[in-house]
Design a protein around this ligand. Structure first.
Ligand code: CBF
Length: 812
């Protein structure tokens, strides 16, 4: 397809009138003239003008799906990390140049206003960003779909570093309003909590909640590539039914009069409240039920409106549970089918199972949600009954299968009976779905062998793999226009419509003049990033150094600590052997730690302490620089990834389900240094062993070591480099103001080393020296970088969504 086949002209045309359309919007919608307008006004006016076209396409998409009686996909996710939307929409509608020119004619810089758009951070990390990539791919593949989630008033916190310590500040993405969203007051649902359940003699069950809130839909259009389709992201807002109790207000009890509204608003106030307190846990379960219930009611309402018969739900609706957060939706659909539509339990169960699919995103025990049974029962008494009924049926089925013994029954049960009784949401999601998928090949195999081993024995056909993907629109075309332009020159436009066509680039890996231009694009991206870091952090970077990047949530299993300890060891080596031909290196870290995760916060502080000392040491100069870039979010990732040479994907093998950052870096021509974990394995298979640096223990070896009672001490004492680095950190070399600050952290490596940092250290350091050598060989590095780009098309989320669509949802 060529540009002339881009989005057909509609509301924005005739194009020369675009500038006056924007001014008209500014005057009539924002209430300002061009002289008085501030940058935020221009941003809103631009979005509102562009939105006119989007709305028309949105309506067409909805009508077409209706006319065709199409099956719809419903993606339920507690997180949608959508980031900024203007550049995404402009680029997908191919209006970048016209809008930039129109704004320029008004003296407004498009890039500058794009930069002030708030980063919608309605998610924590990979799972939420995946949901955003999936929404974009669903629209790009022209599949009718709705995303359902929560409209958090404060998304993921803003991270500030105070003397290297993380400080969490509220993220106020709605401060200037949100021109993308549409409140749908008519799509509002009653969501109840607590109370009691009664049954009539005829068996009719009635739940009378003691408390209720109204869930009100707020819709955001999700524009697909070339504007082919526009789907809906429907986020729920909570409202009290009775926002103000006038009698109490008039009696002078102002707080009491507004308490209901406050309580309702708390539900959608903040993303993932700190759930370490009982009050926080309860809020989290309330959030999960709130959005699941509203979404299921909305899906059932739409189905009945369009198709009339609830029994045909699985033919017309595929509901995907993004992890266990919406798992209570299984019980909610059962409740609606049995209590309101009067289906038998068996029939309701058939329909439910045929409608739901469940994606598991982690095997970490702390992320496999379970709720204390008394809490679940108190908040959701009817659902508790349904969970018991499902469990009885499940355990009956299990007891008929050969080889399923008492232990297996206990593991399959929806109720964890070991210690405090808890409701297991992963088991509920598994039992209530016809498909259960993992997000990378290794992760899926480990699901079968570990957490779901017994459920897998019971339902051997249910678990399947769908390796994650990323949208190449945002993660190549939008974030890296330089590379995109070069690719178009080399292989034409086809790859924009089908990322698999990137393979056409492979022969260019051997073309030295192409490699030179490729290197120039990378260098220019590095200069841009260096300017950003200079402006925001005051640190000067050498764009000719290797940019070695680890950006992701801070977690022990992701092993930022391994990267830091290796930086300390390298620092030591450079000082001890200044005569060696060191490859200049910039080590960049960024990421947020959960507010209650003290070790992760200490790792951030350590990275900053190490950076402070190394960056000030004239003995290393430009040979080594370390920076922890604050407030990691989608927009920052869009700046850093195109500038990276080396992508750090160094999790303890078996612990990262997939990773998606790994895909974004490789697509932008960075080489990966990584373990055989998650999707790194499939990246290695696609780019080839010579174009990736793999090191360390395998998942099986990690499991064996743990089982054999491994401790880090012996390894540390046997590795001079590691021992020196660990001892320097432990003894306060990097924390002279508080010499014991990292003693406990380092003692942990000696005593248990659960994450195998010591065990993998030497292999990691050796791989880094291979990196140095290869980076020094410009031709070899360039060849590998080009081969990476050429082979990353498979990791497009279009491929992933295509697999879900065909194999799980039956919509392709
Ligand atoms: O599947 C998407 C991502 O999800 C996580 O971020 C998660 O929250 N469980 C995993 O940790 C990632 O490995 C995975 O890529």
């Amino acid at each position: 397809m060529t540009d002339s086949q881009a989005a057909a002209p509609t509301a924005l045309d005739p194009r020369p009138a675009l500038a006056s359309a924007i001014v008209d919007t500014l005057v009539h919608r924002i209430g300002k003239d061009a002289q008085a307008a501030r940058p935020h006004d221009w941003l809103a006016a631009t979005i509102l003008t562009l939105r006119n076209e989007i709305i028309e396409r949105w309506m067409e998409s909805t009508k077409a799906a209706h006319a065709a009686g199409a099956k719809r996909v419903y993606y339920l996710s507690l997180e949608f990390l959508i980031g900024r939307l203007l550049r995404d929409a402009l680029s997908n509608l191919r209006h970048n140049d016209e809008v930039a020119a129109a704004l320029a004619s008004l003296g407004v810089d498009l890039a500058a206003i794009e930069e002030i758009e708030p980063d919608a951070a309605l998610g924590n990390g990979g799972l939420g960003r995946l949901a955003a990539c999936f929404m974009e791919s669903l629209a790009s593949l022209d599949l009718p779909a709705y995303g359902y989630g929560i409209r958090y008033v404060n998304g993921m916190f803003r991270q500030r570093l105070d003397d290297g310590w993380q400080v969490e500040l509220p993220e106020n993405w709605l401060a200037h309003g949100n021109p993308w969203e549409f409140e749908r007051r008519e799509s509002a649902y009653f969501v109840g909590f607590g109370g009691e359940v009664t049954a009539t003699t005829s068996g009719q069950v009635h739940w009378s909640p003691i408390e209720a809130v109204e869930a009100v839909a707020v819709d955001t259009p999700m524009v697909g590539w070339r504007g082919k389709r526009v789907n809906t992201l429907r986020l729920w807002n909570a409202r009290a039914f009775d926002p103000i109790k006038l009698d109490r207000f008039n009696a002078g009890d102002f707080e009491g009069a507004l308490a209901g509204q406050m309580r309702a608003e708390t539900l959608t106030r903040v993303l993932y409240p700190n759930d370490s307190t009982p009050a926080g846990q309860e809020l989290r379960l309330r959030q999960e039920y709130f959005f699941s219930s509203a979404s299921i009611q909305d899906i059932v309402r739409r189905h009945l409106q369009y198709f009339g018969d609830i029994r045909t739900l699985p033919e017309k609706a595929a509901i995907q549970l993004n992890d266990t957060h919406p798992a209570v939706a299984v019980a909610e659909l059962m409740r609606l089918l049995t209590d309101f539509h009067e289906l038998s339990f068996d029939e309701a169960w058939e329909i439910t199972r045929a409608t739901f699919g469940y994606t598991n995103h982690t095997l970490l025990p702390e992320a496999l949600e379970s709720w204390p049974l008394p809490l679940f029962e108190r908040l959701l008494p009817r659902h508790m009954q349904i969970v018991y009924a499902i469990n009885a049926r499940l355990l009956r089925e299990a007891s008929k299968v050969d080889g399923i013994d008492g232990n297996a029954i206990a593991a399959i049960s929806l109720i964890d009976e070991g210690g405090e009784r808890r409701v297991r949401m992963a088991n509920l999601a598994f039992a209530g779905s016809h498909s259960v998928n993992g997000v990378a090949a290794l992760h899926t195999e480990l699901m079968k062998k570990t957490v779901f081993a017994d459920l897998h024995r019971l339902y051997p056909d249910r678990i399947n793999n769908k390796t994650n993907g990323i949208t190449p629109r945002r993660w190549l075309q939008q974030c890296n226009p330089g590379l995109t332009g070069l690719l178009v020159e080399a292989i034409g436009e086809d790859f924009k419509d089908d990322a698999a066509r990137l393979t056409a680039l492979a022969p260019f890996a051997n073309d030295s003049s192409f490699r030179e231009r490729f290197a120039m694009v990378k260098r220019s991206n590095k200069v841009t990033l260096s300017t950003y870091i200079k402006d925001s952090m005051g640190l000067t970077l050498d764009p000719d150094a290797i940019f070695d990047v680890q950006i992701k949530r801070i977690h022990e299993y992701k092993r930022q600590l391994l990267g830091i300890v290796e930086a300390v060891a390298l620092y030591d080596q450079i000082r001890s052997h200044p005569e060696r031909n060191w490859t200049p290196r910039v080590k960049l870290f960024a990421g947020k730690a959960a507010s209650s995760y003290h070790t992760a916060k200490l790792v951030i502080k350590l990275a900053n302490d190490v950076a402070k000392r190394i960056n000030a040491d004239p003995a290393v100069g430009d040979l080594l620089k370390v920076a922890f870039v604050p407030n990691y979010n989608v927009s920052l990732a869009e700046k850093i990834i195109p500038a990276a040479d080396l992508s750090e994907q160094i999790s303890t093998a078996g612990m990262e389900a997939s990773g998606t950052g790994n895909m974004k870096f490789a697509l932008n021509g960075a080489l990966t240094i990584g373990t055989l974990d998650g999707a790194n394995i499939e990246i290695k298979d696609h780019v080839g062993d010579d174009n990736i640096f793999i090191f360390g223990l395998t998942a099986d070896e990690v499991a064996e070591k743990r089982a054999s009672g491994y401790r880090g001490r012996q390894v540390i004492e046997g590795s001079r480099e590691l021992a020196q680095a660990v001892n320097a950190i432990a003894s306060g070399v990097f924390s002279p103001d508080d010499p014991d600050r990292y003693k406990g952290l380092m003692d942990g490596l000696y005593e248990h080393d659960w994450f195998m940092l010591a065990a993998d250290f030497d292999a990691y350091a050796a791989a880094q020296r291979e990196v140095d050598a290869k980076f020094g060989d410009t031709a070899a590095w360039g060849r590998s970088a080009v081969i990476n780009v050429a082979n990353m098309g498979w990791f497009s989320s279009d491929r992933t969504i295509g697999e879900y669509a065909k194999q799980i949802w039956g919509v392709m």
